[in-house]
Design a protein around this ligand. Structure first.
Ligand SMILES: C[S@@+](CC[C@H](N)C(=O)[O-])C[C@H]1O[C@@H](n2cnc3c(N)ncnc32)[C@H](O)[C@@H]1O
Length: 199
């Protein structure tokens, strides 16, 4: 779509397209970016706090990170488990930096599996666009809850195009409470954000 290309150009990044993985286990989903249309809707309806620090689990080529950093100036972290995709994210970080200079520490990219990522005490917004199966999602959410136990703070989980399994798990197995649903009149019923909060 024109908007996708234009916004990538504005940010100085390349995030379009789909990358299917061959030989990966079944629970490791392909790369595809959250649409800019969806991200604009998120910004219109969800209030990020001044101290928001977002982690995108399965950040792919980093679109969510660069877009939110550009629009809000919040620090962001991307965790990516596929090496080729991680290298694409690193290249995007360099080209975004060239076009929109900012302190290096504002955007951190980690090459590791989401389920082993060590959550930092100041990270408080966790973004998921269906990166993996429920088994891995459960492990990551338990890590988030463990971090809350050590450093209690308001935490939000943002699900884009949510798998019903993710939603059910948060409803029935955690203290995260449904907080907000953001949709924008798309005919596809999954085309929405669901936000869950723990506080
Ligand atoms: C649907 S894409 C989402 C990309 C990005 N979050 C966005 O919304 O634009 C899912 C990404 O998760 C990554 N992924 C899958 N399983 C993972 C895991 N266990 N740990 C880290 N990344 C993973 C894939 O390589 C892919 O890049």
């Amino acid at each position: 779509m024109l908007c996708e290309r234009a916004m990538d150009n504005k940010l100085g990044i390349k995030t379009r397209g789909i990358r299917e993985y061959v030989g990966r286990n079944h629970g490791f989903n392909r790369y595809e970016a959250t649409s800019y249309r969806a991200l604009k809707a998120l910004l219109s309806h969800y209030r990020f706090a001044k101290n928001s620090r977002l982690v995108d689990f399965g950040c792919g080529k980093g679109r969510v990170l660069f877009y939110l950093h550009h629009r809000l100036g919040i620090p962001v972290v991307g965790v990516e488990g596929d090496h080729e995709t991680y290298l694409d994210a690193l290249r995007n970080k360099a080209s975004y930096q060239a076009k929109h200079p900012h302190p290096q520490e504002d955007i951190i990219l980690e090459y590791c599996f989401a389920e082993v990522y060590k959550i930092k005490p100041d990270e408080n917004v966790f973004f998921f666009f269906n990166p993996f199966d429920l088994v891995t999602f459960r492990e990551v959410v338990l890590n988030i809850i463990e971090s809350y136990g050590l450093y209690p703070r308001r935490m939000d989980i943002i699900l884009y195009y949510p798998y019903p399994d993710y939603e059910k798990f948060l409803w029935h197995n955690t203290d995260f409470k449904p907080r907000q649903k953001i949709s924008w009149g798309a005919s596809d019923k999954y085309e929405k954000f669901l936000i869950f909060r723990l506080e």
